[in-house]
Design a protein around this ligand. Structure first.
Ligand code: GLN
Length: 279
């Protein structure tokens, strides 16, 4: 194993478990320094310049202070593409890729899609790329998130219509064929089970709901769907696995039909879908 790599890995092993330190060191070398894995394994990591040494040190310090790797690199993988991320937006999670796939299977051709609470824009941009004839609109309440999302749309050459808009209060006059959302759904009491990496660095605004009102965003989304979906249109949301039954009941009581809870690859109830009745 390359000596340079070994010393970088050792430094990270002071704050990461051994295996993770290895994977993180490989990733940083590749993403931030353009050093391939092949070079690492072939003992061919170039000598770092003093600027590169400093940059490495800066990165290692941030990582050892508990900052998530994606924020440090400024990039996160989602649906096979790299998205820019910054501390003001939630780091895209793998389960959310399944939400994109679910919507992608349900619609085709010309249609209008709304992504409510877009964050980094990963859902909106991925859907716009998967459905080139679709018109995609995306809302967020955070100007900081919208600017990250806009640059991601630009990076991938998609035309998403971004709007500064709060799904809890918005009363739009437009119609859509799909409303999709991964809203905040983690209860405050669940903080206890979460890592400092998430709690200290990711935006609470994108994560948490009050313990006494865990479905507040789903109530707003159901109302939005009943108002804005075209007849037969689809509402598809990611949920807290603890509230599958309650979210589905809320959607049915709001008047949506064909309501279903869908499990993620780990077998956990993770999505709820429903449709606006045809007439
Ligand atoms: N799945 C995310 C997490 O576990 C939460 C995403 C959300 O609140 N929408 O941290």
């Amino acid at each position: 194993m390359d000596r340079k790599f070994t010393s970088l890995r050792q430094q990270l092993a002071t704050c990461y478990p051994e295996r993770e330190a290895h994977a993180v060191a490989l990733r940083v070398l590749e993403d931030a320094f353009g050093v391939s894995r092949t070079d690492v394994y072939a003992d061919k990591v170039r000598k770092f310049s003093s600027e590169e040494e400093q940059r490495w040190q800066h990165i290692a310090n941030r990582l050892c202070a508990g900052e998530p790797l994606q924020y440090v690199l400024g990039e996160a993988e989602f649906c096979g593409r790299s998205f820019g991320v910054a501390p003001g937006v939630l780091i895209p999670r793998p389960e959310t890729e399944e939400l994109v796939a679910l919507v992608g299977r349900a619609v085709s051709g010309r249609c209008r899609i709304l992504d409510a609470g877009t964050g980094s824009g990963c859902i909106a941009v991925s859907l716009a790329l998967a459905l080139p004839e679709a018109e995609v609109q995306a809302w967020d309440v955070s100007p900081e998130a919208l600017s990250v999302a806009r640059s991601n749309a630009e990076r991938w050459g998609t035309a998403v219509d971004f709007r500064l808009c709060d799904m809890l209060t918005a009363v739009p006059d437009e119609h859509f064929d799909v409303v999709v959302s991964n809203p905040p759904y983690v209860c405050e009491r669940e903080r206890l089970a979460m890592t400092p990496q998430v709690l200290d660095h990711e935006p609470a605004l994108a994560l948490f709901v009050p313990d006494d009102d865990p479905l507040r965003f789903y109530r707003a989304l159901a109302a939005l769907a009943c108002r804005c979906l075209n007849p037969g249109g689809l509402l598809a949301v990611e949920i807290n696995e603890a509230y599958g039954v309650e979210t589905a009941a809320l959607f049915s009581h709001s008047g949506l039909v064909e309501v279903q809870t869908v499990s993620d690859v780990f077998g956990k109830p993770r999505f709820v879908v429903g449709k606006r009745a045809k007439n």
